[in-house]
Design a protein. Structure first.
Length: 184
């Protein structure tokens, strides 16, 4: 009985002695984020970039426990300066009033990331596929594409869900953000 109790206590101690999680800092200069929007009709799909401001990833090996990513909304870029300015303006992301968007990861399970995105002051749950791998030289690389519904964050400009008879001016509600994020 005594040996069984010692064995049970030893087993519990081994299971409880998990290695401490490692906190990595996002490397904005080595990370990329590309956005793609879509016209409601036709094949027009403008694409541009947006930069990360800062962030962190907490992980046990490659098992990510949590993350916080801050996106610099004033960095929205496109080859057409006028379009980029419009996207940064009040019709879309209003970067002057809301200079950052924040994603708080709560879990990654079976390659699916879940968390809360705060965009234009509105927080909504989001989920998307993500791949996590060890980065050369240490750290982690996270890659994936999130499809977001802009109207869930109060961005209704030229949405057929809110306006009629837009014709070729209609813009789809969903847009994608493809990311390749390095955390060291």
């Amino acid at each position: 009985m005594k040996n069984s109790l010692i064995l049970l206590l030893s087993l519990c101690m081994l299971l409880a002695a998990r290695p401490a999680a490692t906190t990595y800092r996002l490397d904005p200069t080595a990370s990329t984020c590309t956005w793609t929007g879509h016209a409601e009709a036709g094949a027009w799909a403008p694409q541009g970039t947006i930069r990360l401001r800062e962030g962190r990833v907490v992980a046990d090996g490659q098992a990510v426990r949590a993350a916080r990513v801050v996106v610099d909304m004033a960095s929205i870029a496109h080859d057409q300066a006028q379009l980029a300015e419009h996207l940064r303006g009040p019709d879309f992301f209003d970067a002057a009033t809301f200079p950052t968007a924040v994603f708080e990861l709560t879990e990654i399970k079976a390659g699916q990331a879940r968390g809360t995105l705060t965009l234009k002051g509105v927080a909504r749950p989001v989920a998307f596929a993500v791949a996590v791998e060890a980065a050369p030289g240490g750290g982690l690389r996270l890659r994936g594409t999130a499809t977001l519904d802009r109207t869930q964050f109060g961005i209704n400009y030229n949405s057929t869900a809110f306006f009629q008879n837009l014709g070729s001016y209609a813009i789809r509600n969903d847009f994608q953000v493809a990311f390749d994020v390095l955390a060291r």
